[in-house]
Design a protein around this ligand. Structure first.
Ligand code: HEC
Ligand code: HEC
Ligand code: HEC
Ligand code: HEC
Length: 455
């Protein structure tokens, strides 16, 4: 029993500390509770401070914390108000809104005193944290908090470290998970974007790790190296907007295909029970199925025919704030989220790409395609060369070369809206290039040429 518990513990602390613990075990000192706090305990305390619910793999509380003054936020979740950091701040200096001041390092003599603080009327954490959790939180409050203001300019939020010194540390430790550009993990925004938005939070996580994740805690390194690492991470790039828009277009087309998600097996709740594709979840979860290839929903080509649903289009959100669109996609109507990102069919990155597409990737198709005849409003002769260099490598000069694909000429004639959407954004989960950055008239000319390909 003791052994199992200790093994479980070993698997979650960094290697060098595991070694240390091993030495303690060899000496026959089995009592974990009695040993003095080490860096691993402090880091765990830091992760509990960050989000004890996630760290302990607890279910999020059913009720919001009544003592927490929540900021106005459409996606406010109950969990937020129960996190220590929500009331005490990433820099441990307190938050005006929550009526807290700096957390004093001194003042708490022992874990028992902290336990009583956590039971006081301001906290009411009775029975939520174990003795060991409180001991680790205590260790963090005593020895884990650092003065962030010395190395992050509080006004401009700029880390004052030297970004050129710790590239190797980043490439060898962080990039394993985050990628060299900080963008490999799809459940979070790019690392650089986050660090610029909240360097204090990033610093806390670099020192203590991320709750419930295997991200290492680097608090054993000299603090000067951490400052330089933070400065390096601060300079990492944002997500490329043009790529994000095109990928959002492919997700709009067919997110199940683009992401490789397990296809849906039940009807999207917003899809009318009596419409034609109600029995085909693979179809009725696609954005295009409800909102149309021309983005105009019931006011466009899907206003009649088999694809009719009566649902409005997304044109009104062109130019909208991505954050507002993200809120729409995660609302109770769309349900492209769970209570937690990882339960969502779409990752944070997917949702941001979709929002960028809706905001900045749509066009008014009626300017380019005659709605009645389906003729592309372009000159078919002008762009034969472009078709042959951009498209024929895969589709062939006659548009029939892909063994899997449909005949390009047929698609261009029967559904020019779909063809134009794909020419601009690419085809889900295929290498087909996205051309939305090129001149729109050129793309329409290519479409017009494709309409002249042999049947
Ligand atoms: C809903 C807001 C809220 C949350 C969540 C919260 N606190 Fe507090 N805490 C307060 C307030 C208010 C005070 C009193 C003002 C102050 O001391 O800054 C306080 C004071 C404290 C103090 C100083 C107590 C003293 O008497 O010196 C400690 C230590 C503390 N909190 C630890 C924690 C820890 C650890 C957590 C997470 C397990 C936590 N708090 C979560 C609001 C909160
Ligand atoms: C073993 C994998 C792993 C390694 C190595 C790793 N991380 Fe992480 N990191 C994660 C995961 C997983 C998350 C949480 C992702 C999420 O929120 O969905 C995360 C989150 C973060 C966050 C928080 C982002 C936020 O604001 O929510 C920061 C900052 C961060 N990592 C920085 C680093 C730095 C700097 C390094 C190198 C010292 C590093 N990480 C190494 C896996 C790792
Ligand atoms: C099963 C049908 C359905 C699917 C699939 C669907 N939506 Fe919607 N969407 C709706 C309905 C219905 C509304 C209108 C809700 C309302 O009026 O409150 C809506 C509204 C919207 C709006 C707001 C439009 C406005 O002007 O208010 C946006 C933006 C949007 N959807 C984007 C998307 C995206 C992106 C996807 C794919 C990830 C998607 N939708 C998938 C049914 C759907
Ligand atoms: C790198 C290869 C590649 C290039 C270059 C390429 N495509 Fe595609 N395209 C594909 C693949 C693969 C598909 C998906 C076929 C399928 O459905 O299996 C596709 C699908 C399409 C479709 C939709 C057909 C369908 O199956 O619904 C159209 C229309 C299309 N391409 C037009 C073009 C045009 C026009 C160009 C040039 C501007 C172009 N493509 C360039 C690979 C390419």
């Amino acid at each position: 029993m003791t052994r199992m518990r200790i093994n479980a513990r070993l698997s979650c602390v960094p290697g060098r500390l595991a070694l240390l613990l091993g030495a303690v075990l060899a000496l026959g000192l089995f009592s974990v509770a009695a040993k003095a706090a080490d860096e691993a305990d402090i880091a765990r305390g830091g992760r509990l401070f960050d989000n004890w619910i996630a760290e302990l793999k607890e279910r999020p509380p059913l009720a919001p914390n009544p003592r927490y003054k929540a900021p106005k936020d459409l996606n406010q979740i109950n969990e937020a108000g129960w996190r220590c950091v929500s009331c005490h701040g990433w820099d441990y200096q307190g938050l005006k809104r929550q009526a807290t001041g700096p957390l004093a390092k001194a003042g708490l003599e022992d874990p028992a005193r902290l336990a009583s603080v956590l039971r006081d009327p301001r906290h009411q954490y009775e029975n939520r944290l174990s003795e060991r959790d409180i001991a680790d939180l205590f260790a963090f409050l005593q020895n884990g908090m650092i003065d962030m203001s010395e190395h992050i300019d509080p006004e401009g939020k700029r880390p004052l470290g030297d970004k050129s010194r710790e590239a190797v540390l980043f490439a060898t430790i962080c990039a394993n998970c985050h990628g060299m550009d900080g963008q490999r993990i799809a459940s979070m925004a790019p690392l650089g974007t986050l660090v610029r938005g909240n360097p204090q939070e990033a610093l806390h996580k670099i020192l203590n790790g991320h709750p419930a994740e295997k991200m290492p805690a680097l608090r054993f390194l000299p603090i000067s190296r951490i400052w330089d690492l933070l400065a390096y991470a601060h300079a990492l790039p944002d997500r490329d907007q043009a790529a994000s828009i095109a990928r959002g277009g492919r997700l709009y087309d067919n997110w199940q295909k683009e992401t490789g998600a397990r296809p849906k097996t039940y009807r999207h709740p917003a899809y009318p029970r009596i419409a034609a594709f109600a029995a085909m979840p693979k179809m009725n979860w696609r954005c295009k199925e409800c909102h149309g290839w021309d983005y105009k929903g019931s006011a466009g080509i899907y206003g009649s025919g088999t694809h009719r649903t009566g649902i409005k289009g997304v044109r009104a959100m062109a130019g909208g704030r991505p954050a507002d669109i993200l809120a729409i996609l995660t609302d109770a109507n769309h349900r492209f989220h769970g209570t937690n990102w990882f339960r969502s069919p779409l990752s944070y990155r997917d949702l941001i790409d979709l929002a960028n597409f809706i905001s900045r990737g749509q066009i008014d198709m009626d300017l380019y395609i005659d709605r009645k005849t389906g003729h592309a409003l372009g000159n078919p002769q002008r762009r034969r060369m472009e078709f042959n260099v951009l498209c024929a490598t895969c589709h062939g000069r006659n548009g029939k070369a892909l063994p899997t694909g449909k005949d390009i000429g047929d698609v261009a004639r029967s559904n020019p809206w779909e063809a134009l959407h794909k020419i601009r954004n690419g085809h889900p989960d295929e290498a087909m290039p996205a051309l939305h950055a090129l001149d729109s008239q050129m793309l329409v000319d290519i479409l017009a040429y494709a309409q002249t390909l042999p049947e």
